[in-house]
Design a protein around this ligand. Structure first.
Ligand code: ATP
Ligand code: MG
Length: 233
């Protein structure tokens, strides 16, 4: 589903050149649940952002669903992104000026879904994520856990094939964090491909395999015990 070869990313500012990724090779198959761990600054978010087409690589190859993404123009990138990818951010990234309903509805508008279908979908997913009673509220009126559930609803509303999550429980207490992890596990069981950045060994244990990054490279990979049977299949 995803093949990455010799991927590099250099950030250039006037004074400084940072080599954030220095030759990443990675294969992700349909239905994989992968976690990425490593110290702060090692390039995890950079890799996730490139995979999610929110940023572009400096060099190398990235094929997604048999299509080369490097060199693709913004218009092509955004259509691949909105049709296939759901992104969950650590800080939720909700739009404060929009209600919960409008935040969740946004990807459907981008995908030209007609109004009556949008309403059904938003209400359906809000019900599933236990935020139906909050649809008229604004993000700031919600707890962190509720905000993350809205962000998850927004990421999932288009039934994306690939879910990218950058420290999805990073700003949550353990109860809300667990709920998000259970939700991701559930989606994985239903066939979603998930790539999650995390600092938590506990969260990583929900995934099938963990790749460890350091200084812009992947230096090891392990399969996780909890999922070892799933992993073998
Ligand atoms: N827009 C940018 N401009 C310049 N440098 C950047 C930019 N984004 C990231 N970097 C640098 O690239 C490196 C990798 O950053 P990245 O955000 O990918 O790290 P991370 O592994 O996600 O860290 P954390 O665990 O703290 O979130 C860091 O040295 C960072 O300072
Ligand atoms: Mg990061």
């Amino acid at each position: 589903m995803i093949t990455i070869q010799n991927l590099t990313k250099i950030f250039r500012t006037e004074e400084l050149e940072t080599s954030a990724l220095s030759g990443i090779n990675l294969q992700i198959n349909e239905g994989d649940f992968l976690s990425i761990m490593g110290p702060s600054g090692c390039g995890k978010s950079t890799l996730l952002n490139i995979i999610g087409l929110l940023d572009s690589a400096s060099d190398g190859s990235y094929t997604l669903l048999n299509q080369e993404m490097i060199g693709l123009k913004e218009k092509g990138r955004s259509s691949v992104r909105k049709e296939n990818i759901g992104f969950i951010f650590q800080n939720f990234n909700l739009i404060d000026e929009l209600s919960v309903y409008d935040n969740i509805e946004l990807p459907l508008i981008y995908n030209n879904v007609k109004a009556s279908d949008r309403k059904l979908k938003v209400e359906g997913i809000a019900e599933k994520l236990n935020i139906a009673h909050r649809l008229k509220h604004y993000p700031q009126q919600l707890s962190g856990g509720q905000q993350q559930r809205v962000a998850v609803a927004r990421a999932l509303i288009n039934d994306p094939k690939i879910i990218l999550a950058d420290e999805p429980t990073g700003n949550l207490d353990s109860k809300n964090g667990n709920e998000v992890m259970e939700l991701l596990t559930d989606l994985h069981a239903k066939g979603a491909t998930i790539l999650m950045v995390t600092h938590s060994d506990y969260d990583a244990s929900f995934s099938q395999r963990t790749i460890l990054m350091k200084d812009g490279v992947i230096f090891s990979e392990k399969s996780n015990q909890r999922n070892v049977d799933v992993f073998k299949v």
